[in-house]
Design a protein around this ligand. Structure first.
Ligand code: ADP
Ligand code: ADP
Length: 236
């Protein structure tokens, strides 16, 4: 069952075209990896899905991206609510200089949810969902800036989970981590895919082979190969 549909999608930074005629579907509750050499457009496409690109001057797109049947470019779609439904995890997460607790429920506070019992429960569920609860449950009120790099990435995932997203986009989530922290994130991705549709950009082919169900290989802004990871990596 497809959950994200990319339709005749072109993307331009000014006069330079970064994506060419992309047309493919991303399945529900699986992990899809975007791979390809630096500059091939992986990030541009990922950021188009939750409209992180709209902020850049002079960008323009043609075609459409549908998530769960709805165009992300629908003028009636509020970008803020779109970004809750489509969470994003970056290469390096920069937690706010606030407690671990406040970092998880930051966007809930912004939208005016303040009931302590409710927030406590969301913090616990989200941190458990991000495989971080056991490590931080006794120091929820300590600054998030004291966490390790890998813990910060899982905190960022917990923050996404707190918004009850449909999709989680990850842009090189492990490239600043050591192998042990990377292993933990990869294990977590495996668990998360039962509940969320996940797209991960990675320059690490082995990582794509380890964590993804489907692989899209980009080259110079074009989709060169797309299929199950097994077919792409392991078929002779
Ligand atoms: P990847 O994620 O595969 O490394 P990107 O999506 O970052 O590729 O980049 C695709 C192309 O778009 C590259 O040629 C890059 O130089 C260009 N590009 C990326 N971001 C911008 C920007 N903000 N302004 C202009 N060009 C950009
Ligand atoms: P809104 O939040 O009301 O969608 P925006 O300023 O984000 O307002 O978008 C205004 C218009 O620009 C929308 O009609 C949308 O379809 C279009 N648009 C949004 N993102 C992009 C993009 N990355 N490239 C080109 N057009 C875009």
């Amino acid at each position: 069952e497809s959950y994200i549909q990319i339709r005749d999608f072109n993307f331009f930074y000014g006069a330079s075209q970064a994506l060419h005629n992309l047309q493919f579907d991303i399945p529900k509750e699986q992990v899809t990896a975007f791979i390809g050499p630096s500059g091939c457009g992986k990030s541009t496409l990922l950021r188009s899905i939750n409209r992180m690109n709209d902020l850049i001057d002079g960008v323009r797109h043609e075609g459409d991206i549908l998530v769960n049947g709805h165009s992300v470019f629908d003028p009636l779609t509020e970008v803020i609510s779109l970004r809750k439904r489509i969470g994003m995890v970056f290469q390096k997460s920069n937690p706010f200089p606030k407690s671990i607790y406040e970092n998880v429920i930051y966007s809930l506070r912004v939208s005016g949810r303040n009931k302590k019992s409710e927030l406590d429960e969301i913090v616990e569920t989200s941190l458990k969902g991000a495989a971080l609860w056991d490590e931080v449950k006794d120091r929820l009120n300590e600054s998030a800036l004291g966490l390790s790099g890998g813990q910060m990435q899982r905190l960022c995932i917990a923050r996404a989970i707190a918004n009850q997203p449909e999709v989680i986009l990850m842009d090189e989530p492990c490239s600043a981590l050591d192998p042990i922290a990377t292993g933990k994130i990869e294990e977590l991705i495996n668990e998360l895919k039962n509940h969320y549709t996940i797209v991960i950009v990675t320059h690490n082919m082995q990582q794509a082979a380890r964590v993804s169900d489907n692989t899209a290989f980009f080259y110079l802004g074009k989709l060169i190969e797309y299929g199950t990871t097994e077919d792409i990596f392991f078929k002779p």
